[in-house]
Design a protein around this ligand. Structure first.
Ligand code: TD4
Ligand code: ZN
Ligand code: CA
Length: 339
């Protein structure tokens, strides 16, 4: 074979190899899109904002969230509770997330919210999640350390990151004694030792928030002094805020006007969320505000159009309401435009 033929043959094979690699790359990118939160938190800490972590239970919710995130060019954590995973089933939620990634063309952190033992965390690590929360915060400190470390050792061996929790997400106003209040709020003295011993990648700290639509009986109050104290001890470490819904009063009102019963529902004022986001809170959990937007919209549709029985005509507007709430949240958190 002449030299020139040799060259052409090599060139041909080289092109085929390049084509395979590029093609593989394209396929991989379309299929992957599942990322770790490590890089997101690093950037959030540096640029002083927080990433929204939104809870998902079904298709309309994931569509509303991801459309908002795409339009606002924000980073995203999608999280499923054990209850959500049971409701939607693991296989459906994996495919829902994959569909959103391919449809919208965004990167997503897929996170387990409040995994209460090693088994559920392991199931999610093995099942393709990129992040898990192990919540043993109800247990005594040493027990919390032991369970969190067990999860972290396993998750890290598979390249998955771990969120843990110190303090309790319980209505602080329910505390009757000083010692009970201390048991609810994070103890800054425990933070360094906990992180060192467990090797967890982020930490949820209780500073006065709680889950659900009834967070405060009187004036809303967050213990920013605790947050300050914690970030003094671990300055470059990502912290997480749970129970961070504002319980948007517009939607509470719509619920109540259309047969709902949510008297006195109250959440965390948005200024407080923005303030925490500018501090070392890197991840803010929001579920209740999405539930309220969805329920309010459906209640209103049912009330105003009693002859409608096409689910698309109430789930569609509910999805749109979720999208608008998420867009608003991304600005409160300061993460719009940060993807
Ligand atoms: O972690 N979360 C979400 C809790 C979801 C609970 O789901 P299940 O009902 O399936 O157990 C939050 O911190 C959300 O806080 P919020 O203020 O939105 O209630
Ligand atoms: Zn939570
Ligand atoms: Ca922050």
């Amino acid at each position: 074979m002449s030299k020139i033929n040799h060259f052409l043959l090599e060139y041909k094979y080289l092109s085929i190899i390049i084509a395979i690699i590029t093609n593989g790359q394209i396929k991989r990118e379309a299929k992957m899109g599942l990322i770790s939160s490590k890089g997101l938190f690093k950037k959030a800490l540096k640029e002083k904002y927080a990433v929204g972590a939104f809870n998902v239970n079904n298709m309309e919710i994931i569509q509303g969230i991801t459309e908002a995130v795409k339009e606002e060019k924000a980073p995203l954590i999608l999280q499923f509770s054990a209850g959500a995973r049971k409701y939607a089933k693991h296989i459906y939620l994996m495919h829902l997330v994959q569909a959103a990634i391919e449809d919208i063309g965004i990167d997503v952190v897929l996170h387990l919210d409040h995994g209460e033992d090693f088994e559920i965390c392991k199931a999610c690590v093995d099942g393709g999640f990129t992040s898990v929360m192990v919540d043993a915060s109800k247990k005594p400190f040493q027990e919390n350390v032991r369970i969190t470390k067990q999860v972290a050792d396993y998750a890290h061996s598979k390249g998955v990151v771990v969120e843990a929790e110190l303090g309790r997400l319980k209505g602080i106003e329910d505390a009757v004694s000083v010692s009970e209040k201390e048991a609810i709020l994070v103890n800054p003295d425990e933070v360094e030792e906990f992180i060192k011993r467990t090797n967890c990648d982020s930490l949820a700290i209780a500073i006065g928030t709680s889950h659900g639509a009834y967070k405060f009986k009187g004036e809303p109050k967050l213990y920013f002094d605790r947050l300050e104290e914690v970030q003094k001890r671990v300055p470059d470490y990502p912290l997480v805020l749970h129970g961070a819904s504002s319980v948007l009063q517009d939607y509470v009102k719509i619920c109540n006007e259309h047969g709902g019963k949510l008297p006195g529902a109250k959440g965390v004022p948005e200024e407080m969320i923005s303030k925490a986001a500018k501090m070392n809170i890197c991840k803010v959990n929001i579920d209740t505000d999405l539930r309220l937007a969805m329920t309010a919209t459906i209640r209103k549709e049912f009330d105003e159009n009693p002859s409608n029985f096409d689910p698309r005509k109430y789930l569609g507007p509910a999805r749109e309401a979720i999208k608008q709430v998420v867009k608003h949240k991304l600005h409160i958190l300061g993460c719009a435009g940060k993807a």
